[in-house]
Structures are given as structure tokens and as C-alpha cells.
Write a protein that binds this ligand. Structure first.
Ligand code: TYM
Length: 351
């Protein structure tokens, strides 16, 4: 049975990239799937350990999930650290994954920078915890933005190696399932997870530099639209967004070497729920002096209600905490049932 899992770090402001690349898709998936959405607070201490506002950041991401339309009664919303089995399974995966696999991760190289010896061990092991998040629930589908693709490939590698290394024990205990992976049928305890990288905005770029991804950590606030920006701020940021002087092309092909224009068209398409082709057929040949104000209107219309609802929810910490507590209990029950089997497969005595 398909099960959706995804996570968002409670570090810095949520921006349009997080919303269009991930959260919006979380909302869409809940109509036809069982979903688990997690605020990954344990991941957020890998880059910076001491974060006095971690509790409020965790609540704020939770508020964003709910404000965007995730239903915490039908689905599970919780913060990672509440369910300690994430750490337990991550440890086992630290012994499944190879150091070389971790060293190849582009996000690790970016985040660790030049002084790699001085990065936390947690930053190196980050993808192993991420694999544990997903596989602890034996989730089959993971909606994310493009930048998480490599981590999801690693998750598949970890699942495949675990299934393979323990194949005898898994068969003996009768806890494996048959899965279709590409053309092949494989047998194992952990599913080989499918990434869902979908929509016209899987990689939203910086508004200041069309070749850099929009990110929480960019020093310039003008580079991103935060989910909590008010209408004036959104308007200012779009007005100041870098563009080239040419009008929009009348064919999609014409966006090829124009990263800034391409980015704004992608954002327009995603926010309006239309295809890029459609947007180009409406605005092709128009100047940015026409397109940008239309984008401002659209962005304000779509984002302002979410920002308002987020603010309202953030003020109600008792409610937010009750959502996380309830979600944590439900997640914990699934997690413990699966971990019992994992402990048995590995050979840890626990009875
Ligand atoms: P995080 O917190 O950096 O980002 C949350 C989600 O937003 C997407 N995203 C973007 N999408 C499009 N354009 C952008 N500019 C952009 N920036 C961010 C990310 O791809 C992500 O989907 N490692 C993950 C969190 C995580 C996780 C998991 C995800 C931990 N465990 C298990 C899925 C499953 C991260 O740091 O996301």
C-alpha cells in the first residue's frame, strides 16, 4: 500500500521554493494517500548545534503545514525528535551506508565548505538519518524538490543493501514483501522508495541570481520570497527581481538561456496551477513591466491567506503542540512496530 513521507527542516524562514517544490505537493497528495509529514528538528542541529529558537521554528513549520492545507486529523504531522526510533534506525543505517557514499553527497560538500574536517559528524551522516525517517515507516513515495534527489537515491541504496545483506534472515522471519522496481521484482523488508519531484517549480531559483537556488541561507532577503512576507514586501521583491531586457519569448524554447525569465515563468505557472506553455502563450512577447505586476497580484493572492493563517496558528502554541503530540503518538506506534522487526532482523535481543 502506498505511503507518503516527507520532511522539512525547522531552520530559517520557509520560502517560495519550499512551498512550490514541496509543501504544496504534500497538500495535493493527501486526497488519495496516507501521508506522514515531519518537522525534522534532529536534522536541523547538524549544521548549527545551539539554536535558542528551535522550539518556535518547529512550531512555525508546523503552522505552515496546517496553513497550507495539510489535515492533521486525516494524516500525521509531528516533529522527528519525539519518535526516538528515528535515531535508532539511523544508527543501524550508519552501519549499512559506506563512508564513500556520504562523501559523495553534494549537499554535504556545499554545507561543509572548505573546512571539511571541522564539519559535525552529524552533517556527514545526515542522509543516513533521512533514509531512516522514510524507511522507519516503510514509506513508498517521497515528495521533495529537485535538490533532495541525490539523498533519495542514497535512501534507495541503503534499503537495497539492507534487504540484500539480511535477505536470509528476512526470508526466515517471513517479513519481506515483493516489490516491482523498474522491470525487476525484488524481495525485501524495506521498500525501494520513489521520489516524487513534480510540478513546474521543482527548483525555484534566487530572485537575485537565476543560476543559484532560492535558499533559506542566502544572505540577501531580496533573493527569496518568504512565506510570511506581507503584500508590500512580495511586491518589492518581485519588482526588484533580476531580469534581462528582452520581452518574454513566444515559445518555451526561448527561455533556454534566460534563467531569470525561466524562473519567473515557472513560479507563475506553479502558483496559478497552469503549465509553462500556457503561461508563455499568454505572456509571450510582453515586457517584464507587464508580466511582473501580474506575478505580484498572483503571488499576493495565493500567499497572503497562507501567511495570515500561519500567524494565527503560530499564536496558538497550545494547539500546535497538541497536533505534534498527537501526531507523534501515531507515528510512534507505526515506528515501534517496524523497529521490533528490524531489531529481530539485525539480531538485537529485546524481549
Ligand atoms: P529542506 O528543509 O531544505 O527543504 C524542504 C523541502 O523544500 C524543497 N526545496 C525546494 N524546492 C524547490 N526549489 C527550491 N529552491 C527549494 N529549496 C528547498 C526541498 O527539496 C525539500 O523538499 N533533507 C531535507 C529534509 C528531510 C527530508 C526527510 C525530506 C529530512 N528527512 C525525509 C524528505 C524525506 C531538507 O533539508 O529539506
Amino acid at each position: 500500500k502506498p505511503l507518503v513521507f516527507s520532511g522539512v527542516q525547522p531552520t530559517g524562514n520557509l520560502h517560495l521554493g519550499n512551498y512550490l517544490g514541496a509543501i504544496r505537493n504534500f497538500v495535493a497528495l493527501q486526497d488519495h494517500h496516507d501521508c506522514i509529514y515531519c518537522v525534522v528538528d534532529m536534522h536541523s542541529i547538524t549544521a548549527q548545534l545551539v539554536q535558542p529558537d528551535l522550539p518556535s521554528q518547529t512550531r512555525s513549520i508546523t503552522a505552515a503545514f496546517l496553513a497550507a492545507g495539510i489535515d492533521p486529523k486525516k494524516h500525521i504531522v509531528f516533529n522527528q525528535s519525539r519518535v526516538m526510533q528515528h535515531a535508532e534506525l539511523a544508527w543501524i543505517f550508519n552501519c549499512v551506508a559506506r563512508i564513500g557514499w556520504m562523501n559523495r553527497m553534494t549537499q554535504f560538500k556545499d554545507k561543509a565548505g572548505k573546512d571539511r574536517e571541522n564539519a559535525s559528524l552529524g552533517l556527514l551522516a545526515y542522509p543516513s538519518l533521512m533514509a531512516a525517517d522514510i524507511l522507519l515507516y516503510r514509506a513508498t513515495h517521497v515528495p521533495v524538490g529537485e535538490d533532495q534527489k541525490q539523498h533519495l537515491e542514497l535512501t534507495r541504496d541503503i534499503a537495497a543493501k539492507f534487504n540484500n545483506d539480511f535477505s536470509t534472515k528476512i526470508a526466515e522471519l517471513g517479513v519481506g514483501v515483493e516489490m516491482e522496481v523498474g522491470q525487476e521484482t525484488v524481495h525485501g523488508f524495506f521498500p525501494i522508495t520513489e521520489p516524487l519531484i513534480e510540478g513546474p517549480a521543482t527548483r525555484v531559483m534566487s530572485l537575485r541570481e537565476g543560476t543559484k537556488k532560492m535558499s533559506k541561507s542566502d544572505a540577501s532577503d531580496l533573493s527569496r520570497i518568504n512565506l510570511t512576507d506581507d503584500a508590500d514586501t512580495i511586491a518589492k521583491k518581485i519588482r526588484k527581481a533580476k531580469t534581462d531586457p528582452a520581452p518574454l519569448p513566444s515559445e518555451l524554447d526561448g527561455l533556454k538561456d534566460r534563467p531569470e525569465a525561466d524562473n519567473l515563468v515557472g513560479i507563475y505557472a506553479a502558483l496559478s496551477g497552469r503549465s509553462r506553455e500556457d503561461v508563455i502563450s499568454e505572456f509571450g512577447g510582453q515586457q517584464f513591466s507587464v508580466f511582473k505586476p501580474a506575478l505580484v497580484d498572483l503571488a499576493v493572492n495565493k500567499l497572503a491567506p497562507i501567511a495570515d493563517e500561519m500567524r494565527r496558528l503560530e499564536a496558538d502554541t497550545a494547539y500546535i503542540d497538541s497536533v505534534l503530540r498527537d501526531g507523534g503518538e501515531r507515528a510512534g506506534a507505526i515506528a515501534e512496530a517496524n523497529m521490533k522487526t528490524v531489531r529481530e532482523i539485525v539480531g538485537f535481543l529485546s524481549n
